[in-house]
Design a protein around this ligand. Structure first.
Ligand SMILES: [Zn+2]
Length: 114
């Protein structure tokens, strides 16, 4: 599952996904499928963070390998809200999906295991 995820996404340099919880691998593939629905099947979403940087104060789940961030700024603005809703719906109650800093610098999609 993890290898498949690496094939379907791009990692921002410095991002470490090696110890991700298997549930996150599965969730990330669901996220990829929803990006495809908006961006086309050849689009490879960029994972901007997993367990790697030291500034995840609010979201310590990154340190537990239970959270992953995706770049969303490549998605046309008017489609982002719909994409976020679709991802929330597909992932269901087990996951928390946050659209961080919409329209601002540092904007990204945060997905964590509850
Ligand atoms: Zn995050």
């Amino acid at each position: 599952m993890h290898r498949l995820l690496l094939k379907r996404t791009k990692l921002k340099p410095g991002v470490y996904t090696g110890k991700l919880e298997p549930a996150l691998d599965s969730a990330a593939l669901v996220v990829v499928a929803e990006y495809h629905a908006v961006m086309g099947d050849s689009y490879r979403p960029v994972i901007t963070s997993a367990n790697d940087f030291s500034w995840h104060a609010r979201f310590s789940k990154h340190y537990l390998n239970e959270a992953i961030d995706f770049r969303i700024s490549d998605v046309p603005w008017q489609k982002r809200s719909k994409l976020v809703s679709a991802i929330r719906k597909s992932l269901g109650e087990r996951f928390l999906v946050l659209w961080e800093h919409p329209g601002a610098s540092g904007e990204h999609l945060h997905v964590e295991l509850k």
